[in-house]
Design a protein around this ligand. Structure first.
Ligand SMILES: C[S@@+](CC[C@H](N)C(=O)[O-])C[C@H]1O[C@@H](n2cnc3c(N)ncnc32)[C@H](O)[C@@H]1O
Length: 330
């Protein structure tokens, strides 16, 4: 395993700064996929003009938004301010959702601070009557905190809303059906659960216990990123709630997980991040997959060798103005 990880970029502002010259996008710019499929913008999710620039006249069939949670390890602001900010990007999401669409939102609850922001966010969502709440999913992490004095905190929350009547395709885990016990009469005979079932494995339901949390030994790990979601979790959402060639939007790209999952599942992804470094990582992760079939850098550095690579393939004047980049202000 290559051992050349980037440290967490949120804790290392000087390293983040030193990567900026190697980032293709600046504030307000959009990368257009040379294969004509996806877009990545260095944009602000709370700004309606920024969002319109990314989406143009496209409507998304699925939105998967994973904002900073306003707790541990993430930038914290006052709860009122945070919820007001969420209301703005949810409004921007809704403005670009198709009439029949699904909307998933990842969030956390701080057990040391009134479980904020989850309940406040859920109540705020009642302002959007068009979005119907459908499920409240919990993803179980393997690592957590509070093992001796409290129940270990190992959960992340995923809210599922729909507008209109989007598709929903049942998904299965790889966990075998092992429990008996639910009897029902079929054609006069009493049958047990296992006899009736069509699948050999269980459905994930709304508690997902079968997805490995990201850590440095996994191939899909993207070092430097502090909040990367597993591809399997995002893939499950996409497979359940969209069809091939549908447009999927994700306002908080970070490690580019939604973009990569869309590429693999043949959806079109429009994504953004306010930080040019995460935009660059998102684009590089797609390029890495297309060139080498890899899902991430495991314990390696997404920017490794970039100085040499960039110098070898570009004129100096090209470095900060790559092809196919569109400026917000043009
Ligand atoms: C929790 S991470 C998203 C993780 C992502 N789902 C993944 O799997 O890699 C949140 C991201 O939101 C970005 N962000 C924060 N405020 C933003 C804003 N106003 N507009 C767009 N992106 C923002 C941060 O830079 C960070 O990369």
């Amino acid at each position: 395993m290559e051992r050349n990880p980037l440290p967490r970029l949120d804790n290392n502002p000087h390293i983040r700064e030193s990567l900026l010259p190697f980032c293709r996008l600046r504030d307000g710019e959009i990368w257009e996929d040379p294969e004509g499929k996806h877009r990545v913008g260095c944009l602000d999710a709370a700004n309606p003009d920024n969002v319109s620039l990314l989406l143009h006249n496209f409507s998304a069939h699925l939105a998967i938004n994973d904002p900073p949670y306003n707790l541990i390890a993430f930038e914290e602001r006052s709860l009122i301010e945070y919820i007001g900010w969420c209301e703005r990007w949810v409004r921007n999401t809704l403005a670009h959702l198709a009439q029949d669409a699904s909307c998933y939102i990842w969030l956390g609850a701080d057990q040391n601070n009134q479980f904020q922001p989850l309940p406040d966010f859920m109540i705020m969502m009642r302002n959007f009557q068009e979005l119907k709440p459908r499920s409240f999913i919990t993803l179980r992490n393997q690592r957590g905190y509070g093992t001796q004095q409290n129940w270990m905190a190992i959960r992340q929350e995923l809210l599922y809303y729909t507008r209109g009547h989007p598709p929903f395709y049942v998904q299965y885990t790889e966990i075998p059906k092992i429990l008996r016990g639910y009897y029902k009469e079929v054609n006069g005979a009493l049958t047990e659960n296992l006899q009736r079932s069509k699948a050999l494995t269980i459905r994930p339901g709304n508690v997902w216990v079968d997805i490995q949390q990201i850590f440095y030994r996994l191939g899909e790990n993207v070092s430097g990123c502090y909040a990367q979601k597993p591809l399997r979790a995002i893939g499950r959402i996409i497979s359940a709630s969209s069809d091939q060639d549908n447009v999927v939007l994700d306002f908080f790209a970070h490690a580019g997980t939604t973009l990569l999952a869309c590429e693999r599942l043949r959806r079109q992804c429009f994504t953004m991040d306010i930080d040019p470094v995460y935009c660059e990582i998102t684009i590089r992760r797609l390029e890495l997959f297309r060139r080498h079939g890899l899902l991430g850098w495991q314990n390696g550095d997404p920017f490794a060798g970039c100085i040499e690579d960039i110098r070898a393939s570009s004129k100096e004047s090209d470095l900060l103005t790559p092809n196919r980049q569109v400026s917000l202000f043009e």
